[in-house]
Ligand binder design. Structure first.
Ligand code: GDP
Length: 432
């Protein structure tokens, strides 16, 4: 999907617009203590066009002076976006900082749509014309506070989407490596490719910077998503956490299987959990890869202890297999392609309704359905309605009676009967 980035100096209202377009309150407008202003990346949709949305204002290059901040944010937009929304404050006219942003965007050769925010009423509409001077064509008046003008703005944005034909579907398994800086993603990519026959070295994605690498292993084609993003390093903002999280979220969207890479040397950090959480939410196949396994002095319990710690810290990822590797010594790396393939197969697995209902029936026979406030849960029928991830609808007398614990029990029974290693299973209760 194309990517839209919102740029503009602080306080012009970028997060408010981001939230409105994303349709949910995913970034917090005011900084609330204890709440991470984490979400700078979301999905948007307008008139049937899906796109990714980035609020570059969330990328804080701390310790840098103001002008470097907005420069970095404009650069993120230029690097990541297909269309840029340049937001200004309609109550203040063009400021030096706006001009600075404009200068950077002229060089970018990307379509720019000017959104003039804080135009809350008809009288102030005249102020909008001043912004023609920025040189990006018609400015669009909007009101973040009242949600006005967004339709016209988005019409213009989608008009500027690049014409990219859908890539021919292939049987390639797409996987990405995500994780904090320095866990060894880039070393792993090199080590994996080192042994493989790379068939097409580089395939450009929609944006200039997204580059995928394909290789074949045992007759199966694999695509490593966004190898350029994994390898590149240098610009100030690339070292910020929010940027790397955003980049990871984009890669996750684009993958069948996600390798969550941890660093054995440093153990598990908060950022690891956040990144893994996005992969889980996205419903992808997941493998936990513990890299730098060569750096630990090991006894008989080291691996077991590490595994126990992962299971505790990443409770929601209990379906994900864990593999202990070293990009340096290549330990166990040769097992990785087969594991990715297995997880991908499970992620796309389809169970026939008859087999599924046998399993559910047996499960109910072993542990009867609960009775909640004198009402007994009745299960009539189950059917798998989707793959990637496997999604099962269970028809019941009342969905509210299918509590978490019984749902969990059913999921475990399903997992006992079929190999769903590495994939979440979504179970939805419906009343018949
Ligand atoms: P990235 O930021 O996640 O892509 O991490 P890099 O691949 O750049 O690796 C960060 C550092 O860790 C580099 O100095 C690597 O040489 C080192 N490194 C990566 N993998 C391993 C490993 O398996 N063992 C050891 N000892 N060092 C590693």
């Amino acid at each position: 999907d194309p990517t839209v980035a919102i740029v503009g100096r602080p306080n012009v209202g970028k997060s408010t617009i981001f939230n409105r377009i994303a349709g949910e309150r995913i970034s917090i407008v005011e900084d609330t203590p204890g709440v991470t202003r984490d979400r700078i990346y979301a999905h948007g949709e307008w008139l049937g066009h899906n796109f990714n949305l980035i609020d570059t204002g969330g990328i804080e290059v701390s310790d840098q002076p103001f002008i470097q901040q907005i420069t970095a944010q404009a650069e993120v937009a230029i690097d990541e976006a297909d269309v840029i929304i340049f937001m200004v404050n309609g109550r203040q006219g063009i400021t030096d900082a706006d001009e600075r942003v404009a200068q950077l965007l002229y060089k970018a050769d990307k379509p720019v749509v000017v959104a003039v925010n804080k135009i809350d009423n008809f009288e102030s509409r005249a102020d909008v014309y001043d912004f023609y001077a920025l040189g990006f064509g018609d400015p669009y008046p909007i009101s973040g506070a009242h949600g006005l003008g967004l339709g016209d703005l988005l019409d213009e944005v989608i008009k500027n989407f690049p014409e990219v034909p859908d890539p021919a579907p292939d049987d390639s398994i797409r996987f990405s490596l995500i994780g904090r800086p320095n866990v060894g993603k880039s070393s792993l990519v090199n080590a994996i490719l080192g042994d493989q026959r790379v068939i097409v070295s580089e395939v450009a994605g929609t944006t200039r910077d997204a580059i995928d690498t394909k290789f074949v292993h045992d007759g199966q084609e694999f695509t490593i998503v966004d190898t350029a993003g994994i390898r590149k390093r240098g610009k100030v903002y690339e070292k910020t956490e929010k940027y790397s999280v955003m980049r990871a979220m984009k890669a996750i969207d684009d993958s069948n299987v996600v390798l969550v890479v941890l660093n054995a040397e440093e153990g598990i950090r908060e950022q690891d959990k956040r990144v893994a959480g996005y992969a889980h939410e996205a419903g992808k196949g997941i493998i936990i890869v513990v890299n730098k396994w060569d750096t630990l002095k090991k006894d008989n319990y080291t691996q077991q202890q590490f595994e126990a710690q992962i299971r505790m810290e990443f409770k929601y990822l209990d379906y994900a297999p864990i593999i202990f590797v070293s990009a340096k010594t290549k330990q166990r790396l040769q097992q990785l392609p087969a594991l990715i393939e297995r997880v991908n197969d499970n992620h796309e697995k389809r169970i026939s309704s008859s087999t599924l209902n046998e399993v559910i029936l047996d499960a109910v026979a072993m542990t009867p359905t609960p009775t909640i406030k004198t009402r007994k849960l009745r299960i009539y029928y189950a059917t798998q309605v989707a793959v990637a991830p496997p999604t099962i609808v269970i028809f019941v007398n009342d969905p509210e009676l299918l509590h978490f614990s019984y749902k969990r029990y059913l999921e475990n029974q399903i997992r006992k009967n079929f190999d769903f290693t590495g994939t979440p299973i979504h179970i939805i209760a419906r009343s018949r």
